[in-house]
Ligand binder design. Structure first.
Ligand SMILES: Cc1cc2nc3c(=O)[nH]c(=O)nc-3n(C[C@H](O)[C@H](O)[C@H](O)COP(=O)(O)OP(=O)(O)OC[C@H]3O[C@@H](n4cnc5c(N)ncnc54)[C@H](O)[C@@H]3O)c2cc1C
Length: 325
């Protein structure tokens, strides 16, 4: 059952930040994740601060240089359908389009997608797990078919967001605002792994809001995409997700970004896979080498060995589709 809570609807960023100085308040975007967290008892805010009427968090704008400014409260459906995003930043459009169902994409926002909490059944369930301040990661020796094959350690949750790997691959930057002022953080540095702090998933400080996401213009020769494997065809979280952004010069890969979702506690940038591509033509050999390199260091648990082959397959399939243009 949803516990009782108060509700505030500020009309400006300043007002929202003032309300969020109270540690018992939490930001409410689309609520598609937060409501479940409250029902599961992993979030207990006394007051929800709606972001729906904060103008600074709204809008999706293509700037004259081709870069994007996306307000954190932009619905995923808008992102997925935007012609410029689809054409020039396909990884982001495809990732947004692959989130949940049409209802979730209409209601869910980009900010909420990046900042959603883990889906691990022990975290959401009645277990005092490490992420909730206990001493144990129950998934390590428990049911772990959906858990991490890379970067685990103190907690083997997987990062659930589809858009996060895409934004890391596209070298996006996020703008944060909080009681101590504003700051910019590269998307690749937004997320926190369990070895650094097992209690949180991002660098956001208490009372801080994600205001907007800035995606640089796609350079000439840029191609990007996102692909995901899920248990249910209709709507589901990624068992494995992959975002790839390439800059091609002729047939040769000048720059590669390969970022995985659903396999590690944070979006997992695979530098070995990038190195297997850079300086080489996009051909069968480099595709296979990159797919193999993407699982370098994988350390599967008892029930999730299938993710190793699945990761190889998803990376190779996505690269093949980018090679085909
Ligand atoms: C059935 C189901 C299927 C789903 N499938 C997928 C899927 O396939 N892929 C996927 O990626 N996700 C999926 N989700 C998760 C979630 O619904 C989406 O990620 C959605 O985008 C969350 O956005 P929201 O606006 O509803 O976030 P909310 O629930 O409003 O917020 C999520 C969290 O972020 C915080 N927050 C929100 N906005 C801000 C901000 N601007 N600044 C600071 N904090 C903020 C909130 O306080 C909360 O802790 C699914 C959820 C459900 C229920």
């Amino acid at each position: 059952m949803l516990p009782a809570f108060a509700y505030a609807r500020p009309g400006s960023l300043r007002e929202a930040l003032d309300l969020l100085k109270d540690a018992a308040s939490a930001p409410l975007a689309g609520g598609t994740d937060l409501q479940g967290c409250m029902e599961d008892g992993v979030a207990r805010p006394a007051r929800l601060v709606s972001l729906a009427a904060v103008p600074e968090l709204r809008g999706l704008e293509v700037r004259p240089d081709g870069s994007l400014r996306i307000g954190a409260a932009t619905p995923l459906a808008e992102l997925a359908a935007h012609p410029a995003v689809r054409q020039r930043h396909a990884a982001l459009a495809r990732a947004a389009a692959s989130v949940g169902s049409p209802q979730l994409r209409n209601q869910g926002t980009l900010g909420g997608n990046l900042l959603q909490r883990p889906r691990c059944w022990y975290f959401r369930g009645d277990f005092p797990c490490a992420r909730k301040g206990g001493g144990t990661c129950y998934a390590q020796d428990g049911r772990n078919a959906r858990h991490a094959i890379l970067g685990g350690g103190r907690c083997v949750m997987v990062h659930p967001s589809d858009t996060a790997p895409a934004l890391v691959a596209l070298d996006a930057v996020v703008q944060l605002a909080g009681p101590r002022g504003a700051r910019r953080v590269p998307a690749g540095e937004l997320f926190v792994g369990p070895e650094r702090d097992v209690r949180r998933e991002t660098v956001l400080a208490p009372g801080e809001l994600l205001v907007e996401v800035l995606v640089p213009a796609a350079p000439p020769g840029a191609r990007s995409g996102y692909d995901k494997a899920r248990a249910r065809g209709s709507f589901d979280f990624a068992l494995v997700g992959a975002a790839v952004a390439l800059v091609l010069r002729g047939r040769s890969v000048e720059r590669a970004r390969v970022v995985l979702g659903g396999v590690a506690p944070l979006p997992w940038r695979s530098r070995p896979a990038e190195q297997a591509l850079e300086g080489r033509a996009l051909d069968e050999g480099s595709l296979a080498a990159a797919a193999e390199a993407a699982v370098a260091g994988a350390d599967p648990l008892a029930e999730n060995g299938y993710k190793v082959a699945m990761t190889r397959g998803i990376v190779q399939r996505l690269l093949a589709s980018l090679a085909a243009g």
